[in-house]
Design a protein around this ligand. Structure first.
Ligand code: GLC
Length: 715
């Protein structure tokens, strides 16, 4: 399609409408589709609907075909709509939430999950998914931790690339959809962990930590970026010219569409950054924002702004061209329905192959936090009790696409599938609502059930709907009812394992000494119950490691491993004048990178191929990792560095590499990583991304608490 020629044909009103995105239900009222933001009447005219450029959140292939067909009848230019959707942790077959994927430390499974959901959603008519969300998260109170791969820029960057590659492939097969990376930028740094709240930080911190994963996604070829709701240093992202034009477009070379988040244009007035929608439209266009999702600042004001000479039609043309180029790249002018295929959509949904991928992912994402030698349970167990509010609930996460909880395998179903001949009993013990107080009668029933069983599986933590967008929490402990249930059941039956469902780190301090064993299942998706049974009965071994620190108490938050030293680091427990709390240790309950296995591992001290390097050298750091236990397992060897002094203070540790090592019982392998100047570089006083001469501590570790390093000098 000659899109420049098409552009010349378009009227100003048609160009302006091309920049607008409305929910599918706005375009065709009887089409179903979830509303993912504040519902507000947009009073669209027939022309607005005829000329608009894209739509979001529609039900399935049939509704996509219906909406596209209707649109093409109405649009005189026959420009096909772009169909976008939140395919976050699955389209119909749901895999674990992104925070769980971060815990897998396995880019391959992350890519495989993204690929699976691209396959299912492409058949459902999706052209663009609003995913991956790569916001760095360091505050467990924030509801959207569940959508992120965690607190570390490097781990997030690896998983961002894996998801973009998984979704997009080469954009030329019927399994490819476009990735729209979000939320640009630093949405996860909301003050107080309160969703949509202010983000204010130095450019140093922004570039060092919060921008890394978006940049990785852009370098991986993401076809769209979604600007975030929040302000960054006083300027809302969607109108932030420094962020969208200077950094994203001019510095990173991103020449594709930028879309707003839901009604974020119209929220510039609520931010107090614009007096009205007309000024909001001008500000956003000057920032090079292209698509306005679910509000009408552009639609109702750009024509006047052009006529008043406050914006130029050339600016509008640039945005329209970015959108038309994407439609052309996807071949939509030739085939507006692309890969929409109702029969294929139905055949792929929850198919055995996809269920197997979801199950494998849920196994790999689980993190074993404690095991006083009671796991794995014996498969010949006669009486097993599944207790807790989430025993019979499908835990599918807060962005379930078209998946339903009822389609997910619950824990009790997973246990029954695994132990066909055993007697499996169940007691809820409590409802699972936030801040729930104990009900003696229900607790006593659960205790009785526990006493009558040979082993107990205790399902506690958060429901899928207790994290996610607009679900921040000020208190991240278990509710009083759940904490009491855990304590009473564990004292009634010592053979109890606690399964923690959550979309964020939960404070476990109150129960950790009571439970004999506990692991994090996150929100595991469609095959959660089967994967949990696989792990509990030892069909598979744990290999997950924490992608986000688990605090000792919520007062420590934000807490993360890659903190700065400060001028008064706490070096001794009894130190007075140092950076500490007088009522709580500095250390978390469980650190970043931590996770147990059914076996045990040891790692030798790191060894360098050379102790000194210059900027062009490649140095190899190696260590031997050994399986010192009785069964096979996978160790996650993590490469950390510390820059001892520089023109900006540097973190006490930074992850720069990782690898999973499969080891048979007793087996030992050497693991090596290459270190180049790039691994030592940062945004220093020069403003450039470069390393500075000096000493670095190099760690090869099994989690982020290692103190075993070797010194490398950069000349
Ligand atoms: C929501 C979310 C965003 C999502 C969009 C469309 O408000 O912030 O992540 O992609 O709206 O549903």
């Amino acid at each position: 399609m000659d899109i420049k020629k098409l552009l010349k044909k378009m009227t100003l009103d048609q160009k302006i409408a091309q920049l607008c995105q409305f929910n599918a239900r706005c375009l065709l009222p009887d089409v179903t589709g979830e509303i993912t933001g504040p519902a507000k009447a947009l009073d669209l005219t027939k022309e607005d609907i005829a000329y608009c450029g894209s739509t979001l959140t529609f039900a399935d292939a049939n509704s996509m075909i219906e909406v596209q067909k209707k649109h093409l009848e109405l649009d005189p230019n026959k420009i096909p709509l772009l169909f976008m959707h939140d395919v976050i942790h699955g389209y119909r077959t749901l895999y674990p939430i992104q925070l769980a994927l971060g815990a897998s430390w396995d880019a391959d499974i992350v890519k495989e999950c993204s690929r699976m959901s691209a396959r299912e959603s492409a058949a459902g008519g999706v052209h663009v998914t609003f995913s991956p969300m790569v916001d760095l998260v360091r505050d467990a109170r924030w509801g959207r931790c569940m959508e992120s791969c965690g607190e570390d820029p490097y781990l997030n960057s690896v998983m961002a690339r894996a998801q973009v590659e998984g979704f997009q492939g080469n954009l030329d097969s019927d399994e490819d959809i476009c990735a729209c990376v979000k939320h640009f930028a630093a949405y996860g740094a909301a003050e107080g962990g309160r969703d949509y709240n202010t983000v204010d930080m130095s450019e140093y911190n922004l570039r060092e930590n919060y921008l890394a994963a978006y940049k990785s996604a852009v370098e991986a070829g993401a076809q769209m970026i979604m600007a975030s709701f929040n302000t960054i240093n006083g300027v809302p992202a969607i109108a932030n010219k420094w962020l969208l034009k200077d950094v994203l477009r001019d510095e990173w070379g991103f020449d594709k569409p930028v879309i707003s988040d839901y009604a974020a244009f119209a929220e510039l007035t609520a931010h107090g950054y614009s007096p009205d929608d007309k000024e909001s439209a001008r500000l956003a266009l000057n920032a090079t924002a292209d698509i306005e999702m679910m509000s009408t600042c552009y639609l109702k004001n750009l024509r006047a702004l052009v006529e008043e000479g406050k914006v130029s039609e050339e600016q509008i043309d640039e945005s329209v061209l970015r959108i038309l180029e994407l439609k052309d790249k996807l071949g939509l002018f030739e085939n507006p329905y692309r890969y929409a295929n109702p029969e294929k959509e139905k055949a792929l949904a929850l198919c055995p192959e996809h269920r197997a991928i979801a199950r494998k992912a849920a196994q790999k994402c689980a993190v074993l936090l404690k095991n006083d030698d009671i796991l794995p349970f014996d498969k010949n167990i006669k009486n097993i009790a599944v207790i807790g509010p989430w025993s019979d609930v499908g835990m599918i996460g807060e962005w379930p696409g078209h998946g339903e909880p009822e389609e997910a395998v619950t824990v009790i179903e997973g246990i029954k599938n695994a132990l066909a001949s055993s007697n499996v009993t169940m007691a809820k013990g409590c409802e699972g609502v936030l801040n729930e107080l104990p009900d003696d009668k229900r607790i006593n029933e659960a205790v009785k059930t526990a006493k009558e069983a040979d082993a107990v599986i205790l399902c506690v933590g958060e429901h899928s709907k207790q994290s996610g967008e607009a679900h921040s929490r000020a208190d991240i402990n278990l509710s009083p009812a759940q904490a009491r249930l855990v304590k009473e059941v564990c004292s009634a039956n010592k053979n109890t394992v606690c399964v923690l469902f959550c979309g964020r780190p939960i404070v476990l301090t109150d129960i950790i000494d009571t439970v004999p064993a506990i692991f994090v299942a996150w929100q595991p998706g469609t095959e959660g119950g089967n994967a949990i049974a696989d792990l509990i009965f030892g069909n598979v071994n744990f290999e997950g490691r924490l992608p986000m620190t688990f605090p000792l108490c919520v007062g420590q938050v934000p807490i993360y491993y890659s903190q700065m030293s400060t001028g008064r680091p706490q070096l001794q427990p009894d130190q007075i004048y140092c950076s500490r709390y007088i009522d709580c240790p500095n250390e978390p309950l469980f650190p970043f990178g931590y996770g147990l296995s059914y076996t045990s591992f040891e790692i030798s001290s790191p060894v360098l191929s050379q102790a000194q390097m210059d900027k062009n050298d490649t140095v190899v750091v190696s260590a031997k990792v050994k399986n010192t236990g009785g069964v096979s397992g996978k160790a996650v060897v993590q490469l950390y560095i510390r820059d001892l002094f520089a023109s900006r203070t540097r973190p006490v540790k930074e992850l720069k590499g990782f690898t999973k090592v499969a080891l048979e019982a007793g087996e030992e392998k050497e693991v090596s990583f290459e270190i180049t100047e790039k691994d030592l570089a940062f945004y220093g006083a020069s403003g450039n991304f470069e390393a500075e001469a000096g000493d670095f501590h190099i760690f090869l570790a099994l989690d982020s608490t290692s103190k075993d390093f070797v010194t490398l000098n950069l000349k």
